[in-house]
Design a protein around this ligand. Structure first.
Ligand code: BV8
Length: 262
């Protein structure tokens, strides 16, 4: 990674008062959680994620879609936050007026210690019924190791305890509106920040992909962390080519060492 760029990025981050960290599936890749663009495997190999993550797919074959989400939830439960998640938690201690906005549906930011992350696309851990959005609960997992779910299992979704309607994953599917309060808070934070760090997102899913653009239009510095080029490259003030778990800890250390002058 270019040391001049990373030094400049550290200076910008260290001087900032209001920091937004915007994350996508790439922040969880080094925890072993597949990204959204990774090819699907097994039973789901004939689909791409954008086809499965829809109300139509669930309506057509609830067992197939629920099985996919349960497999993903088990993967997340066996995963641990990586140094990228932990570095983001450090930002919150160094820059108290910071906000984490994530497109991800895992809970790795929370398990790394981030408080009140804004989830634009919901959560794997908030199932609800299709009829009245009654919150549903998962059967209590046995203590200890989370059983690995074999890939490609069809699992019938549970029924709502209140109204017996089908239970669905608590995520935002393609074609569904994002939670209004979350989107409003995210847009406000992006419009008000001094720096927006966009980490591990392909920047193609809307309206979430607008968040870094809103920050740039409002005059904030945008620092992108991604091993690959994305449509956000021209939006970013600085593009740091590398992975989250490699770049973020070094960036955070340099940011506040640089500011403290030691
Ligand atoms: C809506 C939950 C309207 C489910 C997800 C405008 C233009 C074009 C299209 C649209 C538009 N407006 C709306 C649309 C349609 C659609 C859309 O955006 N389609 C795209 C694909 C063309 N949007 C919608 O349907 C949205 N709804 O607009 O509703 C409406 C309004 C009112 C009333 C009714 C309706 C809803 C979108 C939400 C969909 N749900 N997730 C689930 O998870 O199963 S989105 C899904 O994609 C995930 O949340 C994921 O986070 C997100 C974005 O993907 P990324 O996070 O970027 O992940 P990806 O795999 O793509 O990329 C990973 C990146 O990480 C890569 O760049 C890679 O290089 C990098 N990386 C890899 N390893 C690392 C790394 N980076 C760092 N470190 C590493 N180690």
């Amino acid at each position: 990674m270019d040391s001049v760029l990373s030094h400049r990025a550290a200076q910008i981050l260290g001087d900032a008062h209001r920091v937004v960290v915007f994350t996508g599936a790439g922040i969880s890749a080094e925890s072993g959680v597949p990204t959204f663009r990774d090819d699907l495997t097994g039973l789901w190999a004939r689909f791409d994620a954008e086809q499965l993550a829809t109300p139509e797919a669930f309506h057509a074959d609830p067992d197939l879609v629920w099985g996919w989400y349960e497999w993903r939830r088990a993967r997340v439960r066996r995963a641990e936050p990586n140094p990228g998640h932990l570095a983001i938690t450090t930002i919150a201690t160094q820059a108290p007026d910071s906000t984490v906005i994530t497109q991800n549906v895992d809970d790795l930011h929370e398990r790394a210690g981030t408080q009140a992350a804004i989830h634009l696309h919901g959560s794997l851990f908030a199932p609800r019924c299709v009829a009245a959005a009654h919150p549903a609960t998962f059967p209590n997992p046995p203590d200890g190791e989370v059983a690995e779910l074999p890939e490609g299992r069809r699992i019938p979704p549970p029924r709502c305890a209140s109204c017996a309607a089908l239970v669905r994953p608590g995520v935002v599917w393609f074609g569904e509106a994002l939670p209004e309060a979350a989107l409003t808070a995210a847009v406000q934070a992006a419009a008000d920040c001094d720096v927006l760090l966009t980490v591990g997102t392909s920047g193609v899913v809307h309206p979430a992909a607008e968040i870094p653009r809103i920050a740039a239009r409002a005059g904030a510095a945008v620092i992108q962390v991604n091993p690959e080029p994305t449509p956000l490259d021209p939006v970013a003030t600085i593009n740091l080519r590398g992975t989250a778990a490699q770049v973020l800890p070094a960036l955070v250390t340099a940011a506040w060492e640089t500011t403290d002058g030691n």
